[in-house]
Ligand binder design. Structure first.
Ligand code: IPE
Ligand code: IPE
Ligand code: MG
Length: 255
């Protein structure tokens, strides 16, 4: 029996230091409070949040993370006041025009995950453009979860099965996983939530089954390199077992 943990074995097979998560998911929470602390409107916090995201993508990529999935707008965020919702929609367009060229030049591949049916044609076209422009990049994949909900994701995968006439016995965990929004990425190794709340808020319910969770009080616009290093250091200390026991606790058969 190898004395490497399962995570370390997977990392060794990919020639990657075991301590670095391959996929990090982040609930970017706390923009509103960050702005209110400065007596500014909540929108100001969202704007700063976009800048923090662009910095974070590069910082995670520099540290060897291959996939970064961020929660930008949840299925439930439509319940916010209409001015905030429309402000967030326009901010996405502004963010794409401000940062797309830079991110493309930085080797970032952009993918949008979530229900696109409810967003404007203009926004959909901006996303398609961002995805097409960066499709050849491979330094890091940034998956932006927008109008995304973990429950929506499970339901839309089930609907595909029914629409395609897939027999019930063929719908297993592998089939569902390969029809869910993040089917192009491995499950997240590390799940971070900023802003102090200790809940998942309907983010990656299926994919986070074995993610290591990291909660920080830091509000998203303040989440910089020092906070990223603290999260990665905490991750490196975790003992991932995926339901097994530690290799050094395996008792030889017959004893
Ligand atoms: C997260 O920040 C960003 C979005 C949900 C779009 P919030 O807007 O939830 O900020 P807080 O939690 O109210 O501070
Ligand atoms: C989760 O944050 C969604 C995003 C960060 C996009 P919320 O602020 O919407 O979550 P709750 O309402 O505190 O659970
Ligand atoms: Mg919030």
């Amino acid at each position: 029996m190898s004395d490497l943990s399962l995570a370390a074995q997977a990392a060794a097979a990919e020639n990657r230091p075991p301590a670095v998560p391959r996929h990090v998911a982040v609930v970017m929470d706390g923009n509103g409070r960050w702005a209110r602390q400065r007596f500014m409107p909540r929108f100001f916090g969202h704007k700063q949040g976009v800048d923090a995201l662009v910095r974070a993508v590069n910082a995670f990529a520099d540290r060897g993370v291959q996939y970064l999935t961020v929660f930008a707008f949840s299925s439930e965020n439509w319940k916010r006041p209409s001015e905030e919702v429309s402000g967030l929609m326009s901010l996405v367009l502004v963010a794409v025009s401000k940062y797309l060229t830079k991110l493309a030049g930085d080797g970032v591949r952009i993918r949008i995950v979530g229900d696109r049916s409810a967003v404007s044609d203009k926004l959909r076209r901006a996303w398609e453009h961002a995805e097409e422009l960066t499709a050849g990049n491979s330094r890091i994949t940034l998956a932006v979860a927008f109008n995304y909900g973990g429950r929506w994701d499970v339901v839309q995968a089930c609907r595909q099965a029914i629409a395609d006439g897939v027999p019930a016995e063929a719908v297993d965990e592998n089939w569902l996983a390969s029809h869910m929004a993040l089917s192009f990425a491995p499950d997240p190794d590390l799940f971070i939530r900023t802003g102090g709340e200790m809940r998942i808020s309907n983010f990656l319910l299926w994919q986070a089954a074995y993610s290591e969770l990291f909660f920080t009080e830091c509000l998203w616009p303040d989440f910089g390199e020092a906070e990223i290093d603290a999260a990665l250091e905490a991750y490196a200390q975790r003992d991932r077992r995926f339901g097994t026991i530690r290799p050094n606790q395996v008792v030889p058969e017959g004893t």
